[in-house]
Design a protein around this ligand. Sequence first.
Ligand code: C2O
Ligand code: CU
Length: 432
Amino acid sequence: MKAFTLTAQPAVIDGKPAYTYDGTVPGPLLRVTQGDRVRVTLVNRLPVATTVHWHGLRVPAAMDGVAGITQDAVAPGARFTYEFLADEAGTFWYHSHQDTGNQIPAGLFGALVVDPVGEPGADVDRTVMLHDTGSGAIAVNGIAGDLRVDARPGQNVRLRIIDAVAPSMDGTTEAPVLLGAPYRVVALDGRDLAGPQELGPRRLQLGMGQRADVVFTMPRSGAVRLVDSRIGGAPSLLQGFFGAPSRAAETVTIGDGPPPAAVDPARVPLFDPLAYGTPAPDPTTARAPDFTAPVVLDEGPGFRDGHIELVHTINGAASPDVPPIVVRRGQLVGLRLVNDTGEFHPMHLHGHVMTVVAVGGRHPTGSPLHLDTVTLAPHETADVVFAADNPGLWMLHCHVLLHAAMGMSMTIDYVGVTTPFTMGAASGNVPE
Ligand code: C2O
Ligand code: CU
C-alpha cells in the first residue's frame, strides 16, 4: 500500500492566487510501482467543492473522481479517500473533475508515474509537465522560462512529457521538439510503443491530457533541449492558418554546455504516430467490434439550460443531453469520432484504453497505438475500439476545457449500472 494525502488549498504562486495540491503548482509527483495499491486522501481546504480524477488510469468507477457521476464533490472542510490498484506502468496525471474549466487552470493538477517492476529505469527520469501559469503564459513544472535538468554525458534520460495546458477556443495543441540528441518515443499516453526507432527533431503534437515519453542518451558534450511550440486550429485566425507563431519558447535544458542551435519549430516535421515503431499483435483489433457508435463533434448556436447559446455538441446535443453510448461488459466497442469543426478536439475516455484503428482513413502501419486521449485535427475522423471491461458510467469528453464546459461531454454507460449522484447547480456537482 502506498498512501498519500493531497491537501487542496489556496496559495499565492508568483504573486497570483492559485488553487493547489499541497501548496504547489503542479501538485506533488505521485510515484508508485506497478502492482501497488494506492490510497490518496483528498483533504479539501478550498472555499469550493472539488474532486480528484486519475487521468488515464483504469480505476474502479467509484474511484474515478467525477463530480455528479461517481461521487459528490467534496465540500470545503471535508475529505475523501481514493483507493485503486496501479496495475499498469506508465505516465499519468491527476486533476480536479469538479468545475474543471476553472479548477485545472487555477492549479489543481499533478503528475502520477507508475514504475514497472523489474525493469531498470533510466539514469535520469523526469516528468515534464506543460501547464498554464495563470497569467496567459506556459510553464514547465512551475517554471516559466527554462527548466534545467542535470544529466552527464552518456547518461540515459527519460522525459515524461504531459500536456496540461488548457487550450484556447481553437483547441490549440502543444508541440514540443527535442533538439540535440537522437531519441525514441517509447510511450504515448503512458502505454509503451512497440519497436520505437531513433528519430531526429520532430514536433510531438499533444492535445491536452496526452503524454509522450521520450528516451535518449546524453551526447559527449553539450546540452539537449526540449522546446515547446504550439499548433492551433482554424478559428484562431489571429494566430495564422498554420499554427501559432513560435513564442519565446518554454524550454527544458538537459545537461551542461552549449545548447543545440535554435530552430523554427514551424519548419520541423510532425511526428507521425501512425507510421512509427513496429507492428505487434493486438487483441482489440483481432476481431471486428460488436458495434460502432458515432461520436460527431460540432459547434454552433444551440439550446442549453433553457436558452439559446453557443454550444459544443456531440451527436447534435450538448451535455447533459447527449444520449449515452450503452455497452455490455465483454463487448468490443468501436467509436467513429468525427470532427465537423475547424478546432482541435482531444477526446478523452475515462476508465478504458482506446486502440487506434484509423485516423483520416490511414491505418497504423507501425506500433499499435493505445491512447486514453485521441486528438482530432480540424475536420478529421478517427476510428478507435475499446474493450468494455470496466463496468461503470464513464465520461467521454473533449479535454479542451472550454469545449467541455460548452457541452462537449457525454458518458459511456454499462447496462444495469446507475448512479445515485446527480449533476447540476442544485446538487453542486459540476464536472466540467
Ligand atoms: Cu483529464 Cu475527464 O479528464
Ligand atoms: Cu474540443
